[in-house]
Design a protein around this ligand. Sequence first.
Ligand SMILES: NC(=O)c1ccc[n+]([C@@H]2O[C@H](COP(=O)([O-])OP(=O)(O)OC[C@H]3O[C@@H](n4cnc5c(N)ncnc54)[C@H](OP(=O)(O)O)[C@@H]3O)[C@@H](O)[C@H]2O)c1
Length: 324
Amino acid sequence: MIKWGIMALGTIAEKFAYTLQQKGEGRLYAVASRSLEKAEAFASKYGDVKYFGSYEELCNCKEVDAIYISTPNNMHFENCRQALEAGKHVLCEKPFTTNTQQAKELYSLAEEKGLFIMEALWIYHLPLLKKAAELVAKGEIGDVNYIRADYGFTAEGARRERKFLSSLGGGALLDVGVYNLAFAKMIYRKDPVNIKTDRILNEYGTDSFGTLLADYGDNKFAALTSAIGIKMPTEGVIYGTKGKIYFPNYQKAEYMKITYNDGTEKEYNSPFEINGFEYQIEEAEKCILSHLQESPNYPHQESIGIMQSLEDIRKLWGMKFEFE
Ligand SMILES: NC(=O)c1ccc[n+]([C@@H]2O[C@H](COP(=O)([O-])OP(=O)(O)OC[C@H]3O[C@@H](n4cnc5c(N)ncnc54)[C@H](OP(=O)(O)O)[C@@H]3O)[C@@H](O)[C@H]2O)c1
């Protein structure tokens, strides 16, 4: 069994810890926060879990096999490096880093050290999205020429500030636009060759809204829109010459419907066992136990391609983070 450590105990760390707990006692071995009191309170909710008041102590904990990193975006590079240098396998929250060069450096370092590392872009491991990709590859809905995906939510007060701060690598694109790009990439199996895009910047100098028309070559396009401040259902539609696949919520893909051009329909239901996070955890554990350094389902090159798209889009917008 893999013994997990969690670095940074914010919102998403709770979901990760809960998922580990549901998967079976003992998986969550230790947690670390910048505050010892916070770490102690967090650990107490999950049974017999060690806790530390610094990220460094977690990295140096001999019993921990793998670390899940859930710090703000701007810290992922340094925290992944710290964990890898300490000999830990890593699962790091999306967006993996804030630029492509950093992603490449981390993947090289993991390779050098013989360690597993994966970006926690969990939708890549959802059974129904994998099923849709498989059906499309088999030509079930003919040639796919167009994909549409939207993702927008609202955030207020301190949460809104945390989501937008340029110093933390904020903005809707890196927060949720990354899922739209991943959804399209899972179907087209490639990155865009050309992107037309526009955005609305907020008072922090990051994007609260971004919309793009991505050209994947071979007459394949995607219209992808992300926002923080506008509620948009996380819909995804894959349009082919023989029909379409509709996801009312592609990010939490438990249901999809194929509508063929003659009007007939086929529905697919695939309820999550826990909350959807279990699939990326299972994938990471399987890879670590098999001594793999990357997931065959979400290889490093795939993540680097997405990082490059994020960087290209920000360049087109003229949007730089404070630390760049
Ligand atoms: N996969 C998903 O569904 C999903 C969902 C939401 C977010 N995420 C990703 O997960 C990461 C964390 O997001 P979150 O929503 O959990 O954020 P959050 O609630 O703000 O938590 C981030 C944690 O990072 C630590 N931290 C260290 N330096 C910090 C600083 N300068 N400012 C704020 N926090 C700092 C804090 O933990 P300590 O105080 O314990 O040190 C904080 O609780 C982001 O990269 C985000 O993109 C993924």
